[in-house]
Design a protein around this ligand. Structure first.
Ligand code: PLP
Length: 420
């Protein structure tokens, strides 16, 4: 009997070792890590350069509390992240995961309003569906019914606007018109809420688990930035899943030339080697808060020297081996391959994505995008067949029937065309 528990009683194979894009269980069975875990192991497993950097740091020190000591790996990694971030993002706040990163972004935005004489601003508009993390603050921004339902009385749900799931629309609008239509829902919602009460808008630039690699039309991104500027609202990009190369750019915001006010990253930073994330913000936001007495927020493990040494080595490896170029190339091949499967199988309703963040959605009727019949266990059968054949992909089954049943196919950025 196991004394462990996670979400459900489901049990999975016992992991033995992992290397590159492969993982082996204790019985010697090999699996392709087709979703990099939960879109985490971006540079593959057991990278020798990262392991060596961690070992070297371990021999020096494993922890220095941030209020007692600075440490060189944290300083160096912050400099690197600032260099790779959009203009003005010169300040980097380290955390140990995605939920912490989003919480930090939210609290930075709120404290900025608080110290700037804009105390009335506290609402953060987000999209539905969306996933922004497991902690109660991040849950207030998340819109995914099964996750929200038990905690509703405890959390002040923030206003939501529909995510631009254009593949569900049956109108005659062009892509550009659709993008603008969805973005303008933010404007309408701000007006409805009262512009002086709205603090920020948060979005995943390419949707993650909740929407299955949702990419908005080009026109959406710029219009959202314009609307935020018009109403003096901070734009927060949740790049926890998209950041650090996963979509073929270091940050997904680069695809549309958007400079958000605050960016939250995690997953691919530690890349499965360490718990690590970073929140960056435009310098004037951070300065305002620090000048007013300090950011009232922080985590014990923030800026851990082993984590930061690993994070730095991860970034070095991404550039040394041109992993972002490879991501764009093999990501295109993967999407084309999924498209061919869609031609073949009517139960695939849509394929989508960017770089190596791709997904396919299962439906019972493609014309109407009717979700899978709840009484069929086709979804879990597919998960099990994949396991049996040695492939792990990330599955997200919609329980309310509104979010969609999809699989994320997101192998590490070192995956070759042949492996795709
Ligand atoms: N934000 C997004 C977009 C995510 O995809 C996730 C995790 O899947 C999170 C936040 C939360 O990250 P974590 O699970 O590391 O707390």
């Amino acid at each position: 009997m196991s004394h462990l528990f996670y979400q459900t009683r489901d049990r999975r194979p016992l992991l033995d070792r992992a290397e590159g894009i492969y993982m082996w269980d204790v019985n010697g069975k090999r699996y392709i890590d087709g979703s990099s875990g939960a879109m985490v192991s971006n540079i593959g497993h057991s990278n020798p350069h990262v392991l060596a950097a961690m070992r070297a740091q371990m021999d020096k020190s494993t922890f220095g509390y941030r209020l007692h000591f600075e440490n060189a790996p944290a300083e160096d990694l912050a400099a690197k992240v600032a260099e790779l971030s959009p203009e003005g993002h010169d300040k980097v706040f380290f955390v140990s995961g995605g939920s912490e990163s989003v919480e930090s972004a939210v609290k930075l935005a709120r404290q900025y309003a608080f110290v700037s004489g804009q105390d009335s601003r506290w609402k953060i508009i987000s999209r539905s569906p969306s996933y922004h993390g497991a902690t109660l603050g991040a849950l207030a921004l998340t819109s995914y019914e099964p996750l929200n339902a038990p905690f509703k009385p405890m959390v002040t749900a923030m206003p939501k606007i529909p995510a631009p799931r254009c593949y569900l629309d049956r109108d005659n609008l062009s892509d550009e018109e659709r993008g603008l239509r969805y973005a303008d829902m933010l404007r309408d919602r701000i007006i409805e809420e009262g512009p002086d009460s709205v603090l920020a808008f948060i979005m995943e630039p390419v949707g993650g688990a909740s929407t299955g690699a949702l990419v908005a039309p080009e026109s959406y991104y710029g219009r959202i930035r314009e609307i935020c500027d018009k109403f003096g609202i901070l734009l927060i990009y949740d790049e926890v899943m998209t950041g650090v190369g996963r979509t073929g750019k270091f940050l997904a915001c680069e695809h549309w030339n958007i400079n958000p006010d605050i960016i939250a990253t995690a997953k691919g930073f530690g890349a499965g080697y360490v718990p690590l994330g970073a929140m960056t913000a435009k310098q004037h936001i951070v300065d305002k808060i620090l000048d007013a007495g300090g950011f009232q927020h922080g985590y014990t493990y923030a800026g851990n020297p082993i984590a930061c040494a690993a994070g730095l080595a991860v970034i070095e490896e991404i550039f040394r081996h041109n992993m972002m170029e490879n991501t764009t190339k093999v990501g295109g091949e993967l999407l084309a391959g999924l498209g061919r499967l869609m031609d073949k199988y009517p139960f695939i309703g849509d394929v989508r994505g960017k770089g190596l963040l791709t997904a396919f959605e299962l439906v019972s009727d493609r014309e109407t995008m009717t979700p899978l019949d709840r009484n069929l266990n086709a979804f879990s059968q597919l998960v099990n067949i994949a396991y049996e054949r040695g492939l792990i992909i990330y599955s997200r089954r919609s329980r309310g029937g509104v979010e969609g049943d999809h699989f994320l196919v997101c192998p590490p950025m070192i995956t070759t065309s042949e492996q795709i």
